[in-house]
Write a protein that binds this ligand. Structure first.
Ligand code: ARG
Length: 458
């Protein structure tokens, strides 16, 4: 077994230590990025005059051959392959000969190589996640538009509060996802910089032109400091924090919908495809998909917490602890790669029950409107709030719904009540009054949807 660093060692690693420190088991998925980075590096050291044109071409041809093996599933990992960098270089040597393959690593370290690979991988992955998030936003817009007529109770403290349109609830999630998308774009601006050419920690001694190298790999810029570059994992921490926040948003949606598909609410029915049965109770239809969407947030928060804990207090510069970054990163990305399209499918395929939503609209949801009625007659809100409280109590004493309280009873509490108070008892009217920007009136939501549409088109 040969390692990349065996020169000073008299014996090979303890098999247990090797199993413990090797990363090939999980970093092999960086194969494509690793080869892309190496091809660009071969060009860079040629430009710096370190290898001949012929050697450069042989390196590139060899690397392309290794790429084909990975792509076709014929690459065989050998016992000595510690990580993806070692594996690719070992195989390159077997294909083009160790003499030339041995020149590829000139001026490069696995420390700048590994972060280059991860940043390249993240660039592709985040692009895919971004599209999935965009599609989820699209699903929210579609649902909001088709549910514009549906009224339901809005809740605070999980108590019925005021009547709202279903579309206002749906669009609330759209905006969370919009911020998630903006956060991703923002963090990717920092992540999308080229680390290659910073060496182990002190920079490159062969005058490699990092700007040209960065352009070659499609990076818009380079990282500014070699020591920072090889020890910085902020870009992964930012991604994990993004993933955790997005996960939390998905969990809140899942929490709403799990409640809504109980018999007690009955606002939605989840599609059979997103539900499972019970092994014991034949009648059960469990919202497993939703529960796991809610549960996965715990895992995403865990990924972030794990890496923060690894990086905390780590002395500069590279330390092997940093190898712990990849499994957390992959786990978060893999989790969202499924969770995002699944959430979109749940939204598109669930059945709403507008009758049940409307049936949940009780008179007490219009108590604020009754207070606002008195405000329009000139009473200060603090007072009208109190007056309506008295009316609610009186209705309770008489055992009748608030709207059935006779006008004489209302007038006994405040002379400002008139015949026109009857108009308060209309949920549609209550909703339509809230037409200021961001409110639940049809026009306000339509304006929101138009704004949202423009954002997903951009
Ligand atoms: N497998 C390592 C990692 O994931 C690659 C870098 C190793 N560098 C080193 N000096 N041992 O971080």
């Amino acid at each position: 077994m040969t390692t990349l660093w065996g020169g000073r060692f008299s014996e090979g690693p303890d098999p247990l230590a090797a199993r413990f420190t090797n990363s090939i088991g999980f970093d092999q998925r960086l194969w494509d990025a690793d080869i892309a980075g190496s091809i660009a590096w071969a060009r860079a050291i040629y430009r710096a005059g370190l290898i001949t044109e012929e050697e450069r071409d042989q390196l590139i041809e060899g690397l392309e051959a290794v790429r084909v093996e990975w792509a076709s599933g014929t690459f065989t990992i050998q016992p000595g392959d510690e990580d993806i960098h070692t594996a690719n270089e070992r195989r390159l040597g077997e294909i083009i000969g160790k003499e030339i393959a041995g020149k590829l690593h000139t001026g490069r370290s696995r420390n700048d190589q590994v972060v280059t690979d991860v940043r390249l991988w993240l660039r592709d992955t985040s692009e895919r996640l971004r599209s999935a998030l965009l599609d989820l936003q699209q699903a929210a817009i579609e649902r909001a538009e088709s549910g514009l007529d549906i009224l339901m109770p809005g809740y605070t403290h999980l108590q019925r509060a005021q009547p709202v349109r279903f579309a206002l609830w749906m669009m609330a999630y759209f905006w969370m996802w919009q911020r998630d998308r903006e956060r991703l774009d923002d963090l990717m601006r920092r992540a999308n910089l080229c680390p290659l050419g910073t060496g182990a920690l002190a920079g490159n001694p062969f005058d490699v032109d990092r700007q040209t190298l960065a352009r070659d790999l499609g990076f818009p810029g380079i990282t500014p400091n070699a020591m920072d570059t090889v020890s910085d994992r902020d870009f992964i921490l930012e991604f994990l924090s993004w993933a955790a926040i997005l996960g939390v948003h998905l969990s809140r949606l899942a929490a709403d919908l799990t409640l809504w598909c109980t018999a007690e609410y009955g606002f939605v029915t989840l599609s059979d495809a997103h539900s499972t049965g019970s092994s014991l109770m034949p009648q059960k239809k469990n919202p497993d998909t939703l529960e796991l969407l809610r549960g996965k947030a715990g895992r995403l928060i865990g990924d972030l917490t794990a890496l923060l804990t690894v990086v905390k207090g780590l002395p500069l510069t590279y330390n092997s602890d940093l190898q712990e970054d990849k499994e957390r990163l992959f786990d978060a990305a893999d989790t969202l790669a499924v969770a995002l399209p699944l959430t979109a499918a749940v939204l598109r395929e669930m059945t709403l029950h507008p009758d049940r939503m409307t049936a949940a609209l009780s008179d007490d949801l219009l108590a604020t409107d009754l207070a606002d009625y008195l405000v329009r007659k000139g009473m200060p809100f603090r007072e009208s709030h109190h007056v309506v409280g008295q009316a609610v109590r009186r209705a309770e004493e008489l055992g009748i719904p608030l709207r059935r309280l006779p006008l004489t009873e209302l007038q006994a509490i405040s002379p400002l009540f008139g015949e026109d108070v009857a108009e308060v008892w209309d949920f549609e009217r209550s909703v339509e009054r809230r037409r200021s920007a961001g409110g639940t009136a049809r026009a306000a939501i339509e304006a929101q949807i138009a704004q949202a549409r423009a954002l997903v088109r951009k």
